[in-house]
Write a protein that binds this ligand. Structure first.
Ligand SMILES: Nc1ncnc2c1ncn2[C@@H]1O[C@H](COP(=O)(O)OP(=O)(O)O)[C@@H](O)[C@H]1O
Ligand SMILES: [Mg+2]
Length: 347
């Protein structure tokens, strides 16, 4: 194995999403990772979201087949955890040396997380000085139930995979869509099937994350109910005409804008919440990914609502691949930020 030429990373990123399972494997030094493998397979949301043993086994078999067909060269994997299963908060902690901090945080976390500490897996990232208390520093604290982690571990070990890390989907997504030197505050929105992941990144690090229970499925339901069409037809219309007020005489816009506004209202609340802690910091830009990145005029709608610039996220912004794959990679970019972000981890 040659370090100078850039070795194959000894793990891959795995996003077990609601409508698809996706994987990415990269190779090369951490600042210039090249694409080695990517693959995905559609899954039935009913299977993906079920905790039933039989559904989990079905999902495991699909993952096993995907990994094998993609010829991934390692069994080591970094796995995403759906943000709806993760509790996240920002907390102020004393300025302590790392080893003491590692002892102090669990004690403090006990009062902050919604589940008993003994039944939870916690993790944290040091963010820097607290804006609220000059004598303290702030951390981004996450927790997930041991039960969820253990079930996922069992499922992945049953197909011979070796889990090296679990990470909340939203943090992986933020890694893929930004760089550590991204200046200012940016709003990231990953609009998934059932829910939307929101992250506000400040100076390159996530400072607020939230899962909002509105996603593409709600848009499609609104369209099919209002226009009295089936789900397939609703999907075609929503992804073809989106939030255009002109196309199809604005019928799709009228049918779904109320639901989109539910999402917008929650986003607005999060921006306000962010600004009560980080006063005088303006959210300058939004980045949209997931299903809504391909809903026509959704980004424009967000831009107009908040009066900010909106970009379509590029899942591959930190990944290199040959020029002739540009179109192929861009076509799937909106679905791959979580898997790419997991693959970009340093371990
Ligand atoms: N190119 C596309 N065309 C149509 N729908 C898409 C496209 N890309 C993504 N989507 C939709 O975006 C959503 C992405 O969901 P997914 O990542 O599987 O779920 P989650 O992140 O909620 O687990 C799904 O509703 C999917 O149907
Ligand atoms: Mg997703």
């Amino acid at each position: 194995m040659s370090l100078l030429l850039g070795s194959t990373s000894d793990f891959f990123g795995l996003d077990i999403g609601t409508t698809a399972v996706r994987l990415v494997q990269l190779q090369g030094p951490s600042n210039a990772k090249a694409l080695l493998k990517y693959a995905y397979v559609p899954v039935d949301p009913a299977t993906a979201l079920s905790d039933a043993k039989s559904d989990q086994q079905k999902l495991a078999q699909m993952i096993a087949q995907l990994v094998s067909q993609a010829r991934v060269t390692t069994k080591n994997v970094a796995v995403g955890i759906p943000s709806s299963r993760v509790f996240t908060t920002v907390a102020d902690v004393d300025r302590l040396p790392p080893n003491e901090l590692a002892k102090a945080i669990p004690l403090q976390a006990d009062a902050l997380i919604p589940t008993p500490l003994s039944e939870s897996t916690i993790d944290w990232a040091l963010l820097g000085d607290s804006p609220a208390d000059k004598s303290k520093q702030e951390i981004l604290l996450t927790s997930v139930t041991n039960k969820f982690v253990e079930d996922r571990l069992d499922m992945l070990e049953s197909i011979g995979l070796n889990v090296m890390a679990f990470e909340p989907d939203n943090l992986a997504m933020a890694r893929a869509l930004t760089t550590p030197d991204t200046p200012g505050a940016q709003l990231l929105l990953d609009v998934g099937h059932r829910s939307t992941d929101l992250v506000i990144v400040l100076n390159g690090a996530p400072h607020l994350t939230r899962s909002i229970p509105t996603g593409i499925e709600s848009f499609l339901k609104a369209a099919s109910q209002t226009l009295n069409i089936d789900n397939k037809q609703a999907e075609q219309f929503v992804f073809k005409f989106g939030l255009s007020r002109e196309k199809l005489e604005g019928q799709i816009f009228q049918a779904i804008s109320g639901t989109v506004d539910l999402l917008v209202t929650e986003v607005e609340k999060s921006i306000k919440f962010f600004q009560t802690r980080y006063t005088n910091i303006k959210v300058e830009k939004a980045v949209v990914t997931g299903g809504a990145a391909v809903v026509p005029e959704f980004p424009l709608y967000i831009a107009n609502k908040f009066g900010i610039n909106v970009e379509i996220g590029n899942a591959w912004r930190n990944v290199t691949f040959s020029q002739d794959r540009q179109n192929e990679m861009l076509a799937i970019s909106n679905q791959f930020s979580v898997a790419a972000g997991l693959a970009e981890r340093n371990s």
